[in-house]
Design a protein around this ligand. Structure first.
Ligand code: ADP
Ligand code: MG
Length: 621
């Protein structure tokens, strides 16, 4: 690279990832190509919001007309969009335009590659690569920009969206950005006025700044959230939601509030129907937009709702905040804390209403966002009981795809039961097959199946429900009622078997005991009495902490199982030492497998293959 000189054109190669992304955008996105305009307008509007915000404290910036202008030329087939926004420096053009910023983009890339169907282009805005949508319709894009508040020249950025872009210094007096799309021949429609106006009305009607096509303003700027609920149609509200979130589906529900009193604000909040991409990543920053007196103060006002409601999208508008506020001030302001408190209460009210009156909707909500919602058990002390009532889990008695509340679990408990039982597992399939369930299904006792990772961290915060303690069925100290069963082996035989297993698994388990909870399986592993609770142990494992020597498990054997009777017989004949050894280890590792703890799969399969060779040997051989 050469030093920057006025007039010199510098060329930059795109990184490989960026080239891949461009290729995909140009070749995989077919439907709804017109959304490129929504993306460009949304960027212009962001840039204008930034200047309007700075203008609150810098009168020089208030002088300019803040607007978006679109110019079309169907002779040379171009579309030009100009804004009087914040503009970009040379670094911005390199870092923000020339590079993929968000880590979510990568997963987006992967998803695109894997689907062989044509991908809906309207997805793109959710992934932070909106600008590049221009290359769906243009074969050359030119950006000219000057930053509003940094001294320094203006720059021209040019690319054909293939493998490189160029930068050169230019003369430009006014701050802001002008982007010119040289349209592909087959995309000529986007240089036609009626078509462009139609697209703006469809996707960008709610933009805060006037959008001009030629001399005519096309959008109607209206702060929907300020209007009376009764005056807004469902269609308008849904359009607003789609505009705000770039989601293409209807939201699952909404909350429209006009709060007056000690604190005054309007809010229009939505719960999406599906968790947006990246919702659970640390860098997720799509929260509620905070407005004050019609000015966008913060796009991602996280502190207006608790973290466990990070899925809520929408707008909060209040005049009670001082206008010239920095992020830190809004974060710590008592006004924000009060708004947060009111919104949390109202949101929980809405969820309660769904839970009671529209269970299907609530189940959808919980499947999408339960993971986030459950973290409230850890952080939200004063509303914990409210949250507990809203919890839903699959159980051994819920049908496929259904969830139960603790309340309905409790209603199904038999008279003698004083414990709410649960089982933690890596996924629902593993949970349903866990041998520890056998006792409970024989006794017709319901067990909650906690198969989301977050359950490990949250369930211990629900110590009891309605006076009944919650307990893992994997705890060793469960009091199981097996009074009516008669022992299958004599005490002596039982001792022999247990001693045999103890000897062979000496370094692997803490103890071997007779099981009361198994029916069909031969063995299972449980937590030792003096060891950590199972969820604690799983938690440490998730956090990458190894097991201490104290955390070995206890192997429980089902003495009524035919395998163990056979083994005892072989052992008493003092033959087949080798086979007995293999069986003992196979039984143990099978139990490990159910616990999601089997690390030596190869040995396990090898041993199983040996058994099959034995079993399939033809009688004549
Ligand atoms: P996103 O808007 O999600 O960040 P984009 O690909 O649409 O992703 O835009 C990338 C970045 O380029 C923006 O975040 C912004 O910093 C910059 N940018 C794009 N268009 C403009 C514009 N008209 N004015 C100022 N900055 C812009
Ligand atoms: Mg954008």
């Amino acid at each position: 690279m050469t030093d920057t000189q006025a007039g010199a054109v510098q060329q930059f190669a795109y990184r490989a990832q960026m080239q891949q992304l461009l290729h995909l955008i140009v070749h995989s996105l077919y439907t709804h190509k017109e959304i490129f305009l929504r993306e460009l307008i949304s960027n212009a509007s962001d840039a204008l919001s930034k200047v309007r915000f700075l203008a609150l404290s810098d009168p020089a910036l208030a002088d300019v007309d803040h607007k978006i202008s679109i110019t079309l030329d169907d002779d040379v087939n171009t579309l030009t969009i100009e804004d009087t926004g914040i503009g970009m420096t040379r670094e911005d053009l390199i870092e923000r335009i020339g590079t993929i910023a968000s880590s979510g983009t990568l997963s987006f890339l992967e998803e695109l590659k894997q689907s062989d169907k044509p991908v809906d282009a309207s997805l793109i805005g959710q992934f932070g690569v909106g600008f590049y949508a221009s290359f769906m319709v243009a074969n050359r894009v030119v950006i000219e920009s000057r930053h509003a508040t940094t001294t320094g020249p203006a720059w021209r950025w040019t690319s054909d969206g293939m493998d490189h872009y160029t930068l050169e210094e230019i003369d430009r007096a006014s701050y802001g950005t002008t982007i010119t799309l040289h349209l592909k021949d087959e995309e000529k429609e986007f240089s036609e006025e009626h078509r462009v106006k139609q697209i703006i009305q469809k996707y960008s009607n709610f933009v805060d700044f006037p959008i001009f096509v030629g001399d005519a303003q096309v959008n109607t700027i209206k702060a929907l959230w300020k209007e009376r609920k009764e005056d807004i149609s469902d269609e308008d509200r849904t359009e607003f939601y789609k505009f705000l979130t770039m989601d293409y589906q209807e939201p699952l529900g909404h909350l429209h509030l006009h709060i007056e009193g000690l604190i005054n604000f309007d809010a229009l909040l939505f719960i999406p129907a599906k968790a947006p991409p990246g919702l659970f990543r640390d860098d997720y920053d799509q929260f509620v937009h905070l407005y004050s007196s019609g000015v966008l103060i913060q796009r991602d006002a996280k502190h207006l709702l608790p973290d466990y409601m990070l899925f809520v999208r929408g707008v909060v508008d209040t005049d009670d905040l001082p206008l010239n506020v920095s992020r830190e001030v809004t974060q710590n302001s008592p006004v924000a804390a009060k708004i947060n408190n009111i919104l949390t209460g109202k949101m929980l009210g809405l969820l309660r209403e769904w839970a009671e009156e529209d269970q299907d909707r609530y189940t959808t909500f919980f499947k999408e966002f339960g993971k986030a919602f459950k973290t409230g058990l850890v952080t939200e002390h004063k509303r914990r009981d409210e949250l507990i009532d809203l919890l839903r889990y699959p159980s051994t008695k819920t049908g496929e795809g259904r969830l139960t509340s603790l309340k309905s679990y409790a209603a199904r408990m038999s008279d003698g039961q004083d414990t709410v039982y649960y089982l933690l597992a890596d996924n629902l399939d593993l949970a349903r097959q866990n041998p520890s369930l056998e006792y409970f299904s024989r006794k017709d006792i319901e067990v909650l199946l906690l198969a989301e990772q977050i359950d490990i961290f949250t369930i211990s915060h629900v110590r009891e429900y309605d006076g009944k303690t919650l307990k893992s069925i994997e705890s060793a100290d469960l009091e199981l009622d097996t009074a009516e069963e008669s022992p299958v082996l004599s005490d002596g035989d039982e001792d022999t078997l247990l001693a045999l297993f103890r000897l062979k698994l000496n370094d692997k388990v803490q103890d071997v005991v007779a099981s009361k909870r198994l029916v069909d399986s031969a063995a299972t592993l449980v937590t030792a009495k003096d060891a950590m609770e199972p969820q604690m142990e799983k938690m440490l494992k998730l956090m990458g902490q190894g097991f201490g020597p104290g955390s070995k498990k206890v192997l429980e054997l089902n003495l009524a199982h035919p395998l163990l009777a056979n083994l005892l017989a072989l052992h008493q004949e003092s033959t087949h030492e080798d086979l007995i050894d293999k069986v003992v280890h196979q039984v143990y590792e099978g139990a490990l497998l159910f616990d999601g703890e089997l690390t030596e799969a190869a040995t396990f399969v090898k041993r199983m293959t040996d058994f099959m060779v034995e079993a399939t040997r033809p009688a004549s051989a």
